[in-house]
Design a protein. Structure first.
Length: 98
């Protein structure tokens, strides 16, 4: 399960997939971004894949699905919760999608 905030962060940043392991002969993936020159992990799987290649492929599938979510309505709802700052936040969010 991916939280709304995690999905929004992944969409707003150039996310990538890496792998880790082996742990008990299994591999996992992590979706991350480099934000302000720092490694920021967003989503880490359990090490359940038989190889690094399979873990990478599965991570890329998850990343693609998250990037395809239409979260515009949720973005607007969230910006409305912050009161007077809502319009400014909405502009920043819209600009981040370009």
């Amino acid at each position: 399960m991916v939280s709304l905030l995690t999905a929004l962060i992944i969409q707003a940043n150039e996310a990538e997939v890496t792998t880790y392991g082996p742990e008990d002969k299994k591999y996992g993936f992590e979706i991350y971004s480099m934000i302000r020159e720092k490694y920021r992990p967003h989503l880490t799987s359990q090490p359940v894949f038989e190889s690094k290649e399979i873990a990478k492929e599965e991570g890329e599938k998850v990343l693609e699905q998250i990037q395809e979510f239409d979260l515009d309505i949720k973005r607007k709802e969230l910006s409305g919760l912050v009161g007077d700052a809502g319009p400014a936040i909405a502009e920043v969010i819209d600009a981040s999608k370009k």
